[in-house]
Design a protein around this ligand. Structure first.
Ligand SMILES: NC(=O)c1ccc[n+]([C@@H]2O[C@H](COP(=O)([O-])OP(=O)(O)OC[C@H]3O[C@@H](n4cnc5c(N)ncnc54)[C@H](O)[C@@H]3O)[C@@H](O)[C@H]2O)c1
Length: 248
């Protein structure tokens, strides 16, 4: 499939893991990709491999996001797709024990980070024939599986895309979330046994690969999803079906 020929995609967090796989998938389908990341060295490597361009982008810093998007649009002349994959679980559980700063840091990174990317990209997406935003949420935002601040911030993305989908639908811009289950990325480095153990909670019998998520990102970003906005698509090996597979 070559669904993005002539289009430009800005992917935050594209130097590693899920963001990288999304950048690779979009590029394989013909997009010119802006590989945006705080890890500039790894981003440059990814961009080189894709014949794309790398941009320094820290989603926790408005000026950094604004200039990365502006530089990408200067370079490529347009913007059709925004994927926000930058993020990590900063940890911390037992809600009552966490400081305001710990809550704020996760929210700023995960939720406001997505908002910063959308705010910078929106005028360009409105100008595009079919603008699309895909945010990487998490299954942690849908079921009780994950640390409290991370889960809450990811859940917020689902309502954000509903609101923005309604507001900007008439302008031709779609907003959706892909909510992955456990995906083997460097976020699990040194936790191979945990990944092995987690297989059991997935009806499809394995944890995810970055490419599983990238395929869903590409679908929602593409014209194949041209009548889909405001949704959260779980990509999670059946986890949200519940524990039924353990009982059969
Ligand atoms: N791996 C999983 O199991 C899993 C599950 C659900 C959701 N997610 C989400 O998927 C996304 C990608 O996670 P991953 O597992 O691929 O992690 P990863 O660590 O492999 O990739 C994260 C990327 O974000 C970049 N990044 C970190 N801070 C940044 C910042 N401030 N500004 C810009 N870029 C920054 C990193 O350099 C890296 O390239 C995250 O939003 C994560 O919450 C991951």
């Amino acid at each position: 499939m070559r669904r993005f020929v002539g289009q430009v995609a800005f992917v935050s967090g594209a130097a590693h893991g899920i963001g990288r796989a999304a950048a690779e998938r979009l590029a394989a389908e013909g997009a010119m990709v802006a590989v945006a990341d705080i890890d500039t060295e790894a981003a440059a490597d990814v961009a080189r491999g894709l014949g794309a361009a790398a941009f320094r982008c820290d989603v926790t810093d408005r000026a950094s996001v604004d200039s990365a998007v502006a530089e990408a649009v200067d370079r490529f002349g347009r913007l059709d797709v925004l994927v926000n994959a930058a993020g990590n679980n900063l940890g911390g559980n037992a809600g009552a024990e966490l400081s305001d700063e710990q809550w704020g840091r996760q929210y700023d990174f995960t939720f406001t980070g997505a908002v910063r990317c959308i705010r910078a990209a929106l005028p360009h997406l409105v100008a595009a024939p079919d603008g699309a935003v895909v945010l990487i949420g998490s299954i942690s935002g849908m079921v009780a599986l994950g640390t409290d601040p991370y889960a809450a911030a990811k859940a917020g993305l689902s309502n954000l895309v509903r609101n923005l989908g309604a507001t900007h639908g008439p302008q031709g811009v779609r907003f959706n979330v892909v909510a992955p289950g456990t995906v083997a990325t460097r976020a699990f480095a040194g936790k191979e046994q945990l990944l092995e153990d987690l297989k059991a909670i997935y009806p499809l019998g394995r944890v995810g690969r970055p490419e599983d998520v990238a395929a869903a990102v590409a679908f929602l970003a593409s014209s194949d999803a041209s009548w889909i906005t405001g949704v959260t698509l779980p990509v999670e090996g059946g986890l949200t079906t519940g524990p039924g597979h353990l009982l059969r």
